[in-house]
Design a protein around this ligand. Structure first.
Ligand code: MN
Length: 491
């Protein structure tokens, strides 16, 4: 995710992209990428970003991130084109004619998500929104494009008015960072969180940033000394390896301070390095070398290679003491584990590039689904897992808005009566009519996701017998039945 230092020419920028894609998919036909590049550049020709930059800079940045995730060509093309439906006269049909259904569907998916505007500060609402986004997206690549889009928007947030900065930053922490986390994309998650932190807590961010910088000189020196000692120890080994410094997330330190109610000076936040090698056997071999040179801290060793975390994270963790007495946390992993830890689901996501036969395509999709299920197991509880499966794979739920912009999740086929009882029992009991998207509907109307529903009530009104034929939720059914039974209307 490196930013080019000088603004390159469009040709230079395109060639850079082509080279990067070629590096991970040498046999792909890159003509569609060149075409999408030129098409997007032309479509956004007369638009500028709030920064004053040409609008296309944003599209190229989004595509760059998707290339960093090593995603397939249709996704990268859709990244370049992700704003043309929303911001230019180009239509979906034109896009499909030029780039095929797959790219058109991806762009359409991103455009749909863009119309949703999250305002709530309620965590349960945020969870409903995340589910809705997954369900709306249907293809997980839509979410990946949306995440890349959000990353660049966060990087250029300083050009917007304060109020919008706050709203977008809040949305980023409550919706997008958790989505990235759920998809195992930890690097993206902490990047989004740290960018948002700057706007949600400007003073705390500035203070912590200054405190970190104040101690960083000493810490950097200590870490460099340790790295040098480690490199020296490993110099004679034939085991391939590279040592990486670990970046620190200000937001995660801040959260630790909040959780432990301690100032920064009292937060135990160990220095750390990563040791990356080629095979699992070599991870253990390197661990042996590390432990013979540096004394491990008792109880600090955890083996996430033989027992991976549920989200597929794998590494060996150990904390050792340097010659100067500093505690250093070391994570040992293979290159592949490193990629999974950094990029999560994106690391596993590979369409066969180039022309796939329909069958091969289907096979990829099925693999994808299996992978997706594995990733979903990261969720907190089995129930939550099953819920997500329903939402994401079978689409058995609809998402309905209250006029105030809250989202209610209901089973497919749900009606305004279900909605009324979901809002409040009293609203259900006294319901006399409903408006959906500002038009009166019958009480047996079946919702479509995204409907905005307003319930009309009348104080003396009461449930009718035929309501039982029009509800899908157990909640509404039992409330109605209870009332009818009390009145002797049903047995
Ligand atoms: Mn965009």
């Amino acid at each position: 995710m490196t930013e080019p230092s000088a603004t390159p020419t469009p040709e230079g920028r395109l060639n850079e992209m082509l080279d990067k894609v070629r590096a991970y998919s040498p046999h792909a036909d890159l003509a569609p990428l060149e075409k999408a590049y030129a098409y997007s550049l032309k479509a956004h020709e007369h638009q500028a970003r709030a920064s004053g930059e040409h609008y296309f800079v944003h599209c190229a940045a989004v595509a760059d991130s998707l290339i960093d995730f090593k995603l397939d060509l249709p996704t990268v093309c859709a990244g370049l084109l992700h704003d043309v439906l929303e911001d230019t006269p180009v239509t979906r049909d034109q896009l499909a004619a030029e780039f095929g259904q797959e790219v058109a569907l991806l762009v359409e998916g991103v455009t749909k998500l863009d119309t949703l505007q999250f305002v709530s500060r309620d965590e349960a609402q945020a969870e409903n929104w995340r589910k809705m986004m997954l369900a709306t997206a249907q293809d997980i690549r839509v979410i990946l494009i949306k995440l890349a889009d959000r990353l660049h928007n966060m990087k250029t947030l300083n050009y917007l008015a304060r109020e919008r900065q706050e709203r977008i930053a809040h949305e980023t922490v409550s919706l997008y960072a958790p989505l990235a986390h759920r998809l195992g994309m930890f690097r993206l998650k902490s990047e989004l969180e740290d960018l948002a932190f700057m706007y949600t807590h400007p003073e705390e961010h500035a203070r912590l940033d200054a405190e970190m910088k104040a101690i960083s000189v000493g810490r950097d020196a200590a870490l460099e000394r340790f790295k040098a000692a480690l490199e020296k120890k490993l110099a004679d080994t034939r085991i391939p390896h590279r040592v990486l410094a670990r970046s620190k997330s200000l937001w995660s330190i801040y959260q630790k301070m909040e959780r432990q109610k301690k100032p920064f000076s009292e937060i135990q936040d160990g220095m750390g390095v990563r040791l990356i090698t080629d095979t699992i056997a070599n991870c253990y071999a390197l661990l042996g070398l590390v432990h013979t040179e540096f004394k491990p801290v008792a109880g600090s060793f955890t083996d996430y290679i033989s027992v991976p975390k549920l989200n597929l994270y794998q590494s060996l963790h150990t904390t050792v003491m340097s010659a100067q007495g500093d505690l250093i946390e070391i994570q040992l992993r293979t290159e592949e584990m490193h990629r999974t830890a950094e990029f999560g689901i994106a690391a596993h996501w590979r369409y066969k590039l180039g022309a796939a036969t329909p069958d091969a395509h289907l096979e990829e999709k099925l693999n994808w689904l299996r992978q997706w299920i594995e990733w979903l197991q990261d969720l907190k509880s089995p129930r939550e897992f099953l819920e997500s499966l329903k939402t994401d794979l079978e689409l058995h739920q609809v998402f309905i808005f209250t006029p105030a912009g809250e989202v209610k999740v209901l089973p497919a086929g749900a009606t305004p009566l279900d909605f009324a009882f979901a809002v409040h029992t009293e609203v259900g009991m006294t319901c006399v009519g409903a408006k959906v998207n500002n038009k009166m509907v019958k009480l047996d109307y079946q919702f479509l996701s995204g409907d905005i529903c307003e319930i009309i009530t009348k104080r003396a009104s009461a449930p009718k017998k035929d309501w039982l034929n029009h509800v899908r939720t157990a909640r509404a059914r039992s409330k109605i039945r209870h009332y009818l039974r009390e009145k002797g209307i049903v047995a």
